[in-house]
Design a protein around this ligand. Structure first.
Ligand SMILES: NC(=O)c1ccc[n+]([C@@H]2O[C@H](COP(=O)([O-])OP(=O)(O)OC[C@H]3O[C@@H](n4cnc5c(N)ncnc54)[C@H](OP(=O)(O)O)[C@@H]3O)[C@@H](O)[C@H]2O)c1
Length: 335
């Protein structure tokens, strides 16, 4: 397989290098792309040094089977035709095409088969907060249809990219040294703070990130479920956490939910309150699964259930999910 990574220098691009290797993805040749900023920089993959090429409108994608693209929505929109015109399948991590009717939006544990129908040669990877939530919701939906979701997210700095993660680390260093912290990537100082805004606000008072959770959840789950989200940036480095409340058609008992989570693909149940066992971003960052804990009845709603989930948003929320889509295509001879 000739494989390309677009946005190789970024937080997600670097994770692609690790995940492709970790999963023994069959790469015969790897080509790396970036903007003029990182062109010429080399990264090592399976012992071989590979220089980043500048992404341009040319025939560099001739012969490429699969392109993992994580260079932001602007670059995805601008270069989609260049990337796909010779037949490469583009798995896109940006928000550029997620809600387009002719682009499947895929989380393999939930709707892998949607990847089969991709008239434009593009498959979209959902927003990271949505991915981990729908992985957790899938086994519950199989028990009883989910009508409504309330969710509050606790999103790590790295969700905003490599430079944002570096800014948070630097802010702590600067504060300890008695200096004024540099604030560039976030609207406010994130160190010792929480910012109840991820992405820009829309007309209804929700942010774009929150509306992504609303729309993408419906598309992936093929469901009319309504999601009301509050997305918050928190000063952790990696792995997003979510407090989720759902309302189902019939009540789901806690033990029933726990059993369904335990058997589900991609989920690890970590739920032993007596032993203070629940998932936390510090301890699960870098891991593949979505971790679920704090499973309990919602005392405010007889048909309500509440849980907490944590997932590495650069891994399952981005690179791993995209590679799993490619693995599904390969396994089912869909290239
Ligand atoms: N971080 C996450 O947790 C996460 C999770 C899910 C999805 N995503 C999505 O994945 C994408 C990348 O995110 P990130 O966090 O990896 O960002 P990042 O760390 O800021 O990296 C951005 C990457 O895009 C490249 N790039 C930017 N403009 C380009 C252009 N015109 N042509 C070619 N390459 C270009 C950059 O290359 P240069 O260094 O050469 O400029 C860099 O490699 C975004 O769409 C983001 O929304 C991120």
């Amino acid at each position: 397989m000739k494989t390309a990574i677009v946005g190789a220098s970024g937080a997600v691009g670097q994770e692609f290098l690790r995940v492709l290797d970790e999963r023994n993805f069959p790469v015969d040749e790897l080509v790396l792309f970036g903007s003029a900023r990182s062109a010429g920089t080399s990264y090592t993959f399976r012992g071989k040094s590979i220089a980043v090429k500048e992404l341009q409108h040319n025939d560099d994608f001739k012969g490429v089977d699969i392109a993992f693209v994580s260079a932001g929505a602007g670059a995805s929109k601008e270069f989609a035709d260049t990337i796909t015109k010779h037949g490469a399948v583009m798995i896109d991590n940006s928000s550029a095409f997620r809600m387009d009717a002719d682009v499947p939006l895929v989380v393999p544990e939930v709707n892998a088969a949607d990847a089969q129908n991709r008239p434009r040669g593009i498959i979209a990877n959902p927003n990271c907060t949505t991915i981990q939530m729908v992985v957790a919701l899938k086994p519950l939906e199989q028990l009883s249809h989910i009508l409504r979701i309330h969710v509050a997210t606790y999103q790590a700095a790295s969700g905003a990219g490599a430079a944002a993660m570096a800014e948070l680390e630097n802010q702590y260093r600067q504060i300890i040294a008695g200096e004024k912290p540099t604030v560039e990537k976030f609207a406010y100082q994130l160190a010792y703070n929480l910012i109840p805004q991820v992405d820009v606000f829309t007309d209804n008072g929700y942010t774009k990130e929150e509306m992504k959770m609303y729309h993408e959840t419906q598309k992936i789950m093929h469901s009319n479920v309504e999601t009301s989200a509050t997305c918050v940036r928190v000063p952790s480095l990696r792995a997003h956490s979510e407090a989720v409340w759902i309302e189902t058609e019939r009540p789901i008992a806690v033990e029933e939910a726990r059993a369904a989570f335990s058997q589900a693909e991609g989920i690890v149940v970590m739920d032993n309150p007596a032993q203070k066992e629940y998932p936390m971003p510090l301890f699960v960052a870098g891991n593949d699964p979505v971790y679920v804990g704090r499973i309990r009845k919602d005392i405010s709603n007889p048909r309500g259930l509440s849980f907490w989930c944590v997932g590495d948003q650069i891994k399952k929320g981005a690179a791993l999910n995209a590679v799993q889509i490619a693995e599904y295509l390969k396994k089912n001879a869909l290239f």
